[in-house]
Design a protein around this ligand. Structure first.
Ligand code: COA
Length: 147
């Protein structure tokens, strides 16, 4: 498995990945627009030439926001998300960022376990943050140097 930066040719596969992983997938346009933002870090996990996971982040000033991370169901628990998170922290360090924020569904225990492993702690809860289905979101944050 290798981790590399995402490229515009990956948009279709990333759209399919979004649809396999989320009830509220990002559109092709949102994926493309965010990837093209200067202050974004998009990386993909590739296995046998196929994109099996990705991480989607944006940053402003010294703060990064982790927008999405996902791995195809049949490739989970093989360490892909760990590698994508490592790549995100490396990019954050390279860009001199200080802190990373994210939101996660209250019921999403696999993701919360992943985030805790990387030093994220809960700092707030946003009522009705998610739709499809409606759910509260936890706000989690980690310092970049603590990873
Ligand atoms: C969350 C997700 C990205 C994890 O991907 P993954 O490649 O399976 O994760 P890894 O194999 O790298 O696991 C890393 C760590 O995360 C935690 N973890 C991952 N899946 C878990 C699960 N089902 N239950 C508990 N902990 C879990 C563990 O701490 C794990 O370390 P371990 O395997 O040594 O115990 C994946 O489950 C996913 O795509 N979920 C759907 C999309 C999503 O909810 N994304 C997050 C919100 S944007």
């Amino acid at each position: 498995m290798e981790i590399r930066l995402a490229a515009s040719e990956d948009v279709e596969q990333l759209f399919e990945l979004e649809n396999s992983c989320f009830p509220d997938p990002w559109s092709r346009k949102s994926i493309r627009d965010t990837m093209n933002e200067e202050q974004s870090f998009f990386a993909v996990a590739v296995s046998d030439g196929k994109i099996i996971g990705y991480i989607n982040t944006t940053y402003v000033l010294d703060e990064m926001n982790l927008n999405r991370i996902c791995v195809l169901p049949q490739y989970r628990r093989m360490g892909a998300a760990n590698l994508l998170m490592d790549a995100m922290f490396a990019a954050a360090r390279q860009n001199g960022l200080v802190q990373i924020f994210l939101e996660v569904r209250l019921s999403n225990m696999p993701a919360q376990e992943l985030y805790k492993r990387f030093g994220f702690t809960v700092v707030g809860e946003r009522k009705g943050f998610y739709q499809n289905p409606p759910e509260n979101g936890l706000v989690m944050t980690a310092m970049v140097n603590n990873a």
